[in-house]
Structure formats: C-alpha cells, structure tokens
Design a protein around this ligand. Sequence first.
Ligand code: SAM
Length: 214
Amino acid sequence: MTTFHIISIFPEMFDSYLNESVLRRGILKKKIKIKFYNPRDFVKSKHKKVDQIPYGGGPGMVMMTEPIVKAVEKAKGKKKKVKTIIFSPSGKEFTNTYAKKIQNSYKDIILIAGRYEGIDKRVKTITKAEEISIGPYVLTGGELPAMIFIDAVSRQIKGVLGNELSVEENRISSSEVYTRPETIKYKGKKYKVPKVLLSGHHKNISQWKEKGRK
Ligand code: SAM
C-alpha cells in the first residue's frame, strides 16, 4: 500500500475527488491510503495563524516554517524511507516518468500544498523536500497539484485501475477513441467510426493507433 500524507490548510478540498471512482476504489481496496495534516493543528496561538508578511516586502503572505515542519515530522513518524514534495510553480516539472519512479521507490509520500505567496524556503531545506511543479501556470494553491500527483501516481499502482491493460503506457493506445453507435447523424451530417476499427484486423488496428500517437 502507498500512503499519501497531505499537508494542507484546506483538507476538505480533497473530499469529493478522493471519494469517487478510481481513487475511491483504490482506497477501499487498500492499495492507497490518504492521511491529512493541517498546519493549523501545530500552532498554539488562539487564531491558529500559519502565515506572516514576507521579509523584504512584497504583496501576499508567506506560510511559516514551524507549523509545516511539525506537520512533516508528524507524518514521518519513525518511518525510514519517505519522499517529501513541496508543490511550487517554480519546481521541477511533474511527468509520468517521475510518477512511475516515485511509485516504484516509495511507500510513504508527503505532499506539501502551499497557499498565499508560497512557503518559507527553510521548509525545503529542513525537510529535504523536492520542489515539483505540475505545469507552467500559477494556481492559487497546492491542493490541485497534490490531487493531480496522487491521481497520476495511483494509476501506476498495481490493482488501482482494475485492469492492468488500462495503464496506457503498457500498451499501444490512442487518444482517438470511439464507441457505439457506428454512425452519428448531427445537423444533417454523418460522423463515422474509422473503418479500420471495425475490421477486426488487430495488426492494422495497432498500426493505426501507433500512427495516431503524438
Ligand atoms: N508567488 C509564488 C511563486 O511564484 O512561487 C506563487 C505561489 S502560488 C500562488 C501558491 C501555492 O500554489 C504554491 O505554494 C504552490 O504550492 C501552489 N502552486 C501554484 N501553482 C503551482 C504549480 N504550477 N505547480 C505546483 N504548485 C503550484
């Protein structure tokens, strides 16, 4: 089983996505486990503040080191081999190859989702985390990146997708897919399924799929 330890001040954001479809099945089948750690729970002050104004000025607030480091410590416990990731728009680009590598190498993965202007850099240094970007755009927080990460890594885990052949990278697949009916009439025009897919000729179908791959 792979456990994703999510550090976020908005754990409820994950509820709907994790409680449906493939990931829900993965959780029920005990292939994956999700645990939450809210940095606010590691703050003693009455208002549970986890952000402060940035040194050097600038707009927005910065997430403080201590609450996040304490949350990471809690997630780590006594585990020896743990991967810690901080989501950042300026991190290393997340790819399927990286998802596979992480899935093969770690059973415990700590995911730190930032908010506001980002996270105090000392969190990265202290926790020896790797900064990962989910793509060349800036989001309002690290929760969506964490969900994307969990989704992409989980589908690599044996038994999560149900049928091993569903993992596209393990077979010849195509992004151009069709289902019934064979012909669709829409606003006076006919839209047909490519003939080769109806031929039953596996070699030709594979070649067609291969050609369509980008
Ligand atoms: N000024 C910050 C910067 O450029 O690094 C922007 C921080 S962003 C508004 C707030 C949080 O969203 C980040 O700490 C990070 O966790 C997350 N985030 C935003 N875009 C992301 C991306 N493309 N990949 C990964 N995380 C992202």
